[in-house]
Design a protein around this ligand. Structure first.
Ligand code: GDP
Ligand code: GDP
Length: 442
């Protein structure tokens, strides 16, 4: 499912970050902030009803001088426009129309992308004649909003998503009964120069390519279908690949948006780390996003040909410290350049996919939960002791375990992690996150 990208632009202090927070926090407890990926842009997942999209905030710049502001604003706005499908141009009703707003408007008029003018800080004055002042910017309809108080946000967002033609009812996510003949969707993610193109070429050089799509005029990630040992795969491009003769080469720089979209779209993500470097902020942010998306993951440690034992141990420690939340993922040392370890990656991908789509039977889950409680009961919350009664599977990729019972609201995260460990052991699940949901009947 393609997630459109909406960029927030505007001069400093109009309320872009506040709007960003409001849009991304609407998503149930899942807020992705990718401030570490680029210095000056934040990326977040947002949802309105059933419709999911990505928001970019261009907020974080504070040039000292007035000319500095102009240059920086122009740069930020250009980048945001390049990466997005639509733009929300934020202005501030409290300060009124400014020359900097005019500068941004002038630039935005030259783009082909839809622009929506949000007149922010308009709490209590959504109908005020002051709003009309901004018609001067020539950006069409005005959308008075208050990011701080949450007014007008919904109708603004609906207008944007409607204009992009994003359907109200998306295709159903992964169907619960996974069809084993369907291709496994695979994304190779990692920061620039970690070896993504090299790995993809090493793979695709070995495997039979069924067909490939040339990147078209759409911004949709290209999908390269191929086959390996009788299994169908679909590689989701994160690197802006183009085929040149027999090899694929990256035509674009690292694209955060492409990476996020490919991860959201994949069944399994191969996250490449560079053995010659430690785990960077960027690695940790991509890893965090994979976890939040619920995707299965394999950690492929590339350039293993170029390190000694000391570097290997250093990297290992840095993985343990910084990627502790991916403890469930298998680690595979590889060399994309020397084509070493590639079949181990496939095996790990297959195991992760099998785990992510495993069927967990209700009687087995229920027995396991009851046994776990016998071993260690959850703590009493107030006057009630939580009572776990039975469990069933509520979804796959990631597997969701729904536990039913009474007074389950106060069950701690650490107790959920304990149950998760039990489920992992019992069903031998590797390489996939698990979700445990509590459903109380009283
Ligand atoms: P940015 O620089 O464009 O990202 O602006 P911020 O989101 O950091 O907001 C700048 C200031 O405006 C902060 O003090 C916010 O609290 C305030 N602000 C943001 N949205 C609103 C709003 O809807 N109403 C009011 N009154 N203040 C707001
Ligand atoms: P991408 O930006 O992630 O697509 O990275 P590339 O595939 O373009 O690789 C970046 C650089 O790392 C190139 O110079 C590659 O030759 C080098 N490289 C890739 N894989 C390996 C590897 O396994 N070992 C070594 N020593 N170098 C590698």
């Amino acid at each position: 499912m393609y997630r459109p990208v909406i960029a927030l632009v505007g001069r400093p202090n109009v309320g872009k970050s506040t709007l960003f927070n409001r849009l991304t926090q609407s998503r149930d407890a899942i807020v992705a902030d990718f401030s570490g990926l680029t210095r000056d842009r934040h990326y977040g997942d947002a949802v309105l009803g059933q419709r999911q999209f990505i928001v970019i905030d261009t907020g974080g710049f504070e040039p000292e001088t007035d000319t500095g502001i102009l240059k920086e604003m122009a740069r930020q706005t250009r980048q945001a426009v390049a990466e997005s499908d639509a733009i929300i141009f934020v202005v501030d009703i409290r300060t009124g129309l400014s020359g900097h707003d005019q500068d941004i408007a002038r630039f935005l008029r030259t783009t082909q992308k839809p622009v929506f003018l949000a007149v922010n800080k308009a709490e209590g004055m959504l109908d005020s004649p002051l709003v009309g002042e901004f018609h001067e910017l020539g950006m069409g309809e005005l959308h008075p909003i208050s990011s701080a108080h949450g007014q007008g946000i919904r109708s603004l967002t609906e207008a944007v998503l409607d204009a992009l033609g994003l359907p109200e009812e998306p295709e159903p996510e992964e169907e619960f009964d996974h069809d084993p003949t369907k291709p496994i969707r695979l994304a190779v993610a990692g920061r620039p120069n970690v070896g993504k193109s090299t790995l993809i070429n090493a793979w695709l050089g070995e495997e039979r390519l069924i067909a490939y799509d040339m990147p078209g005029t759409t911004r949709d990630a290209i999908h390269v279908p191929f086959e390996r040992q009788g299994r169908q795969f679909e590689l989701i491009d994160t690197a802006g690949l183009r085929r040149k003769g027999k090899v694929f080469e990256a035509i674009e720089k690292f694209s955060v948006v492409k990476t996020l979209q490919a991860i959201a779209d994949a069944n399994v993500v191969v996250l490449l780390l560079d053995a010659t470097q430690g785990v960077s902020d960027q690695d940790a942010h991509i890893a965090g996003y994979i976890l939040e998306s619920g995707r299965a993951v394999v950690l492929a440690i590339n350039k293993s040909d170029a390190v000694d034992d000391y570097q290997r141990e250093t990297l290992q420690r840095s993985i343990e410290q910084r990627l502790a939340f991916l403890k469930f993922a298998e680690q595979v040392p590889i060399s994309a350049l020397k084509r070493r370890g590639l079949s181990s990656v496939w095996q790990a991908v297959a195991r992760a996919h099998a785990s992510a789509t495993a069927k967990l039977s209700t009687p087995k889950l229920t027995r396991l939960i009851l046994k776990a409680v016998e071993h260690q009961a959850p703590k009493r919350v107030g006057a009630f002791r939580p009572k776990l009664r039975y469990a069933h599977q509520g979804g796959m990729n990631p597997p969701i375990i729904v536990v039913h019972g009474n007074s389950l609201d106060g069950i701690s995260d650490s107790y959920k992690r304990f149950l998760e460990g039990r489920v992992r052991d019992e069903f031998k699940l590797v390489g996939t996150p698990l979700r445990i949901e509590m459903r109380s009947s009283s």
